[in-house]
Structure formats: C-alpha cells, structure tokens
Design a protein around this ligand. Structure first.
Ligand code: UD1
Ligand code: MG
Length: 452
C-alpha cells in the first residue's frame, strides 16, 4: 500500500497553558501571518480523514476556532496536564474509533509549531507505510538543551530521552525530538495505555511509545526535518521568530510563482494572500486577510491591502489603502492616498489621487478626480454611491449617498452632489464665482498699505 492510499487520523495537542505568552488569549490562537498557529497546523494535516484537537478545560474558544477551520474536528478535553501521552489519551475513544474504522496512520502534532509542512507529515506517513510502527520527527538542534534526544542505532530509533532524564553522554547528542510523531493507528491506544510516569517530571511521555513499540518487536525510525520548520512557540519572542520564518516562506512562494518583489523583506503577506504571475510588488507593502491579485498587476510602494481582489494589469498605489470588499477590475487604477472600502472599481476606471470611495461602484473607464469623497455615512446608516461607465467626476467633489451618477455624466469640480445625475448630463453644485475688479487694491488702500 502506498502512503497516499492509507487513511489518517491526526491528533493535535493544544492543551498547553502558554503561560510564557503572558496573554489572555490561548497560545495556539496567537497569529502567525495573521492565521492562528492552530490553523496552520490544522491545514498542514488537511489530509487527515479525522482530525482531533485536544484542548484544556474551558477552552471553548480554541474548540470554536478549530471547528471554524475544520467543521468536523473532534474536540477532546484534557482536564489535567499530566504530559504528552496523557494528552493524547484524552482522545482515546476517538483514536480507538478511527482504528476500528480501519484507519492505518495516526499522527500526533503540537498546536504551537505553526511552520510544520504537509510534506513532512507525508514523509512520516511514508515511514509507516514502509513498515515502521513509529516514526519520530528529528532535527539537528543548534542548542539541544531542553529537547528530548533521539537515540539511534544505525537506522533504528532506539529511544527518545527527555533532557531531564538523559545521562551526560545522551545529552551530548544533538539530534533532537521535534515532538511530532507518526504511530501505527491500530497500535496507538494499546501502546499509550502502557505509558508510565516514572521519570524526572512524573509525566506521561508520548516519547515512551518508542521503547514500548520496540519491546513488542515493532520497528521504529526517525524522519529528519529542518530546525526552522519544527520550531515551537512558547513566548512572544519566539512568536516573532516564527512570523519571520513564515514571512520568508510566503515571500519565496510569491516569487517562485512569478511575482517580482524588489525588497522582499519589506513585504508582509497574510497566510492566504494569492499572488498571480508577472505581478510587481514594490517595497513596504502590507497585505491583510483575503487578498487575491491577478496577473500583471503592479502594487506600488507603501500600500496596505486587505479583503480585496485585484484584476489583471491593475495598478495600485503608491500609498493606497484598499479595505475589505474592494474589487478592482482589470486595468483599474487606484493611486496615491486613495482609500476604498466595499467598492467596485470597474475595468479601466481611474481613482488616481486623494479620494475615499466607500460603499460604491465605479463603472468601466470612469474617471474619479482628485479629492472625490463618497459621503456614505450619516452617523447611523451606510448608503451607496453608483457611478456609471465613462462618468467623469471633477476634482474635490462630495457625492452624498445614496446617489447615482449615470453613465457618461459629468460632475463639475468642487460639487456637492445630493441628487441623481442622469446619463450624459452635467451637474454643477457649487455657487457661481463672483469677480470684483480692483477689489483687492481698494482693500489694501483702506488698510493704508497700497503700494501700487
Ligand atoms: C516535548 C517532547 C520532547 C521534544 C519537545 C519538542 C515529550 C515528552 N517531550 O517536550 O521530546 O523535544 O516536545 O518541543 O513529548 N501538552 C498538552 N498536555 C500536556 C502536556 C503537553 O496538551 O499535559 C502539549 C503542549 O501544549 C505542547 C505539546 O503538548 O503543545 C508539548 O508539550 P511540552 O510541555 O511543550 O513538551 P516539551 O517538554 O517541550
Ligand atoms: Mg515544548
């Protein structure tokens, strides 16, 4: 059987207290690239037919978040913290059910290792498919202090020794346990029930499964990962390190997919940003959630973009702020110091300077002059502004919503538009200019300052 035809149950441990975060928010809900750490882990285990999350008592927020990503997630509560094996056993009946249903692979993951990649989980499962009872994930640690040590004999994983239980010789080993582990699902529960807590911390260690499986004649081995991929987050300094690692992964992906990032280290992606080909992203651009960018788009420097879809060959910025619900159609232009929100900018339409376009639609090839404001809010409700195809809004106009400027209409600069403007009409809503010849000269003379 190949790894891919085997079925998977994943158990994510998320019952940690996260004390070192010093936060009212549970550790696993702290975001990396905007997405809570637990979400990254759940998505890495997307191949799991059944997904179990072990949470601490009263952690409805963690349970609810898990279900928002995986509505079918099975949530189990670990009432007391007695170690990693004890935590997995909080899911005993769910794992036993999965085994009964014939699921072959069980993977145990930690909710606070957000960088774990799906392909690493696939390698662990590959090792099970090749006949191992347990495959642990190891990494070469720059500083192994505190980690469990992976004790190998050739290709065989002999045991994992927790730092506190290790001898001096064992502590010299730099190959460390990442914590993630793949276990033959059929054997997982019986093995877990045999774990004892006769160790330095009086905890039930999931790592003891290795020795127990070997005692039964099972084969055990190690899959090696990069230290960066398995880093766990315990405090906010490590959270920032995980963020940096995730950002460089996202930047690299965007570039490999065909985007040019002139100064990649200054561009911040959200975990779900979609970037097309031949996209140019200038320095200092920040993406919030739910942004998709089609091909040939240029995003000029210092733009902030969230909840927006940007069509082919559109041009954004510099200094544009695109807020949720913005849709910029192909060849649309949104220039400097323009804010859009819940606004459709039609194909080829231009909003080039200093405007607020909110709760609005702008038709194909319309031109919105500098300083145009859609006045969408009266302190109570939000109202829409509709601007037709080919319409021309003169600079510094206020469009008091609800209002419609129909196709091809003109609005004179400086207008305050309160009534609908029919197609191809001109609306000017400002007082007429008054010019008084010689007035300024007479005024100065009255002040005794005439130099003329
Ligand atoms: C664990 C491993 C260690 C490995 C290290 C990698 C064990 C016994 N040790 O040690 O070999 O090098 O991770 O970082 O597994 N958790 C619960 N309930 C509990 C205890 C833990 O849900 O009762 C969760 C924690 O929230 C965390 C994970 O399990 O996500 C690991 O627990 P932690 O206490 O951090 O284990 P380590 O001592 O770091
Ligand atoms: Mg830890």
């Amino acid at each position: 059987m190949t790894a891919t035809s085997r079925r998977l149950v994943a158990v994510i441990l998320a019952a940690g207290e996260g004390t070192r975060m010093r936060s009212a928010i549970p550790k696993v809900l702290h975001p990396v690239a905007g997405r809570p750490m637990l979400g990254h882990v759940i998505l890495a285990a997307a191949d799991a037919e059944r997904l179990i999350v072990v949470v601490g008592p009263g952690r409805d927020d963690v349970a609810a978040y898990a279900r928002s990503i995986r509505p079918d997630a099975i949530v189990c509560v670990q009432t007391e913290r007695k170690g990693t094996a004890h935590a997995v056993l909080a899911a005993e009946s769910a794992i036993a059910d999965a085994a009964k249903a014939g699921i072959e692979d069980c993977i145990i993951l930690f909710g606070d290792t957000p960088l774990i990649a799906a392909k690493t989980l696939a390698s662990l499962r590959g090792a099970l498919a090749a006949g191992l009872t347990i495959a642990a994930l190891g990494f070469e640690a720059r500083d192994p202090t505190g980690y469990g040590r992976i004790l190998m004999d050739g290709d065989t994983l002999m045991a994992i020794r927790e730092h506190k239980d290790a001898t001096e010789a064992e502590r010299a080993v730099t190959l460390c346990n990442a914590g993630l582990m793949a276990v033959d699902a059929q054997q997982a529960v019986p093995l877990l029930k045999r774990v004892k807590n006769d160790n330095a911390q009086m905890e039930y260690y999931v790592t003891d499964l290795v020795a127990l499986a070997r005692a039964d004649g099972g084969k055990t081995g190690t899959v090696i990962a990069d230290e960066a991929e398995v880093m766990g987050v315990n405090d906010r300094v490590q959270l920032a390190q995980a963020e940096a690692a995730m950002q460089s992964r996202l930047r690299e992906k965007a570039m490999r997919d065909g985007a040019t990032l002139i100064a990649p280290e200054t561009v911040y992606f959200w975990a779900d940003t979609i970037v097309g080909r031949d996209v140019m992203i200038e320095p200092h651009v920040v993406f919030g959630p739910n942004v998709s960018i089609a091909d040939n788009v240029t995003i000029h420097a210092f733009s902030h973009i969230e909840g927006t879809s940007i069509g082919n060959a559109a041009q954004i910025g510099p200094f544009a702020r695109l807020r949720p619900g913005s849709e910029i159609a192909a060849r649309g232009k949104v220039g400097n110091f323009v804010e859009t929100k819940n606004a459709k900018i039609g194909m080829g339409a231009k909003v080039n300077h200093l405007s607020y376009i909110g709760d609005a639609s702008v038709g194909v090839d319309a031109n919105i002059g500098a300083g145009t404001i859609t006045c969408n809010y009266d302190g109570f409700g939000k109202f829409r502004t509709e601007i037709g195809a080919g319409a021309f809004i003169g600079s510094n106009s206020s469009l008091i919503a609800p209002v419609t400027i129909a196709d091809g209409a003109y609005v004179g600069s400086g207008s305050v538009i309160t009534d609908n403007v029919p197609a191809d009409a001109l609306a000017v809503a400002r007082s007429r200019q008054v010019t008084r010849d010689g007035w300024a000269k007479r005024f100065r003379a009255s002040k005794g300052k005439d130099k003329a």
